[in-house]
Ligand binder design. Sequence first.
Ligand code: GLY
Length: 571
Amino acid sequence: MPNFNKKRNSYLSVFLLTLFFMPVGCVQKRLGIDNSPQYRNGMVVCAYPDAAQVGLDILKKGGNAVDAAVAVQFALAITLPEAGNIGGGGFMVYRSGTGESNTLDFREKGPAKASTDMYLDPEGNVIPDMSLYTHKASGVPGSVDGMVQAHSKYGKLKWAELVQPAIDLARNGFKITKRLAADLNRNAGQFKKLNPGKTYFIKEGEWKEGDILVQEDLAKTFEQIRDKGREGFYDGVVADQLIAEMKNGDGLISKVDLKNYHSVWRKAITGNYKGYKIITMPPPSSGGIALLQLLQSVEKYPLKRWGHNQDSTVRLIVEAERRVYADRSKYLGDPDFYKVPVDSLLKPAYITARMNNFSWNAATPSTVIQPGTFVGYESDQTTHYSIVDRDGNAASITTTLNDSFGSKIFVKGAGFLLNNEMDDFSSKPGVPNMYGLVGGKANSIQPGKRMLSSMTPTIVEKDGKLFMVVGTPGGSTIITSVFQTIINVIEFNQRMQQAVASKRFHHQWLPDEVMAETGALDSATVIKLQAKGYKITYRGGIGRVDAILKTQQGNYEGGADPRGDDTKLGW
Ligand code: GLY
C-alpha cells in the first residue's frame, strides 16, 4: 500500500474513534447535522422553561395559539421578572391558520399628568435617571388589557384556565435558573434602595440556582385578574394598590388613567422580500417599518454569494441600518398623535435614493446622514415568545418593562413591578435614551400618547403559507436582530436554531459604531472593515431571538436563543 494511503487510513481511524467516543450531540454538530426536533401539532418558544411548559400544556388541552400566548404572558410575569410582566405592555402580531393577519397594540401610555418637559430641570437639561428609576418613569400598563382583548377576540379556552398556571407558579414557587439567580443578586442593591420594606427578590445571603421563588402577593393579584378579567387589574383592589404606590412615590398614574387605558387593534404592515411576505407591527412600533426598510435596502445585492457576516455583507447592512435609524429618529412615533409617513418611508424609490450615497470606498460617516426628506410630506429589557398551534394559527408577541426589572419598583401589596417605559419617549430632542436612541417631536411626551418602541414581532409567509414566527428583546437592537435572523434563513440557508444562535452585529446611526458580539466577525473581516473607516466595538449578547420555522414537510422547528434560558417545546 502506498505510504499516503496508510497515512490517510490512520487519520480516518483517529477521526472515527474520536466520533465514537463523543456525545451524540457533539458528533452531530461536528458533522453539521442539525438535530432540532420537529413537531406537527404546535410549538412554544419563550424565555423561561416553566413558562414554555405552561404554553405547551394549553396547546395540548386544545387551546389555540392565542390561548397559549395569554398563559405564557402571565407565566412569564412570574418566572421572568426582568421582562415578563403585568406592569408593562407589548405588541402581538397574529396570523390565523387561514391567512388573516392582525396586530394588537397593548403598549403603555403616558399618564394624563405627563408633559413634554417633565424630565427637564429649570435649565432645560435632562435630569439623570428620572425617566428610569422613579415612580414617574412608568407609563400606564397595557399587558392585562391586551391579554383580555386578545382572548376575547381569538381565545377558545376559558379565561380562568389560562390565568391559573400563573397563580400556581406564584403561590407554589418555581426553581430559579443560574441566570435568574445572578440577575436577582446583581439588582439586590437597587431593589432595597427603591422599595422600603421587604420584597420577594431580597433574600438573606445570595440567590443560587435551584432556589425556589414564591410570590404570594402576585398570586393574589392574579386571582383578581382570573376572577374579574380587566376589572381585576384596572379597578378594585389591585388598582387601589397601584394608585397608593403612585401617591407614596410621587408618581403620575391615576385611577382615570387606568380606566381609560385600552389596547388597540391595528392593521399589520406588510412588505415583500424575494417572494416572502413579511407581516409586522405598525407604529407605535418603529420595528416593522425599519425592518421592511432594511430588507428593501439589501434585497438587490448578492448577500448569499458574499457570505454570512463577511465584509461586503456587513458593510451593506451597516450602511442600510445607519440610514434607517436616522429616519427612525425623526419620523416615528404614536400614529394616534403624529402623522407617521408610513407609505413614504417604504416607497422603493425612496429606499433606493437613501442608499445612493453609500460608497464601497469608505464608511459613510453618520454626521453626513440625516433623516431623509420626501416630497409632499407634512411635518406633523423586553421578552419575546413565538407560538403556533395545530390549526396553523401563529402568535408573535414581544412584551416589556423596558429596563431589566423595569423601574425596579414594586407595587406594594400587589407584588408586580412597574415599567420604566417613559424613557422610550424622547425626553429632549437629540438627547439619547438608555439605548442611545435619539428622537424629536414625533416621539415627544404627551398625555395619553404611546412611547415609540423598537419591538418587532413578525410573521413571514412563503407562497401564501406560514413560514416563520420571529421576534426578540434587546431595545434598539431588536430590529437588527429580527432582520438578521430572517436573512440567516432566507439568504444563508440556516436552520431555525442556527439562525437564532448565529452571532450578531448592530449599527443604529448614533453612536457611529458597529457593535458586534464577540466572535461575530472574523479577523480578516474586521481588518477590512477598519480599513474602510468602520469603528467596531464589542459587547455581550445582542438580542434573545425566539422563533419557529415551518418546514417544507409542514412540521414546526424552533429556535430558542442560547444567550438566555430560552426553551422550545412542541408536540
Ligand atoms: N422598551 C424597549 C422598546 O419598546 O423598544
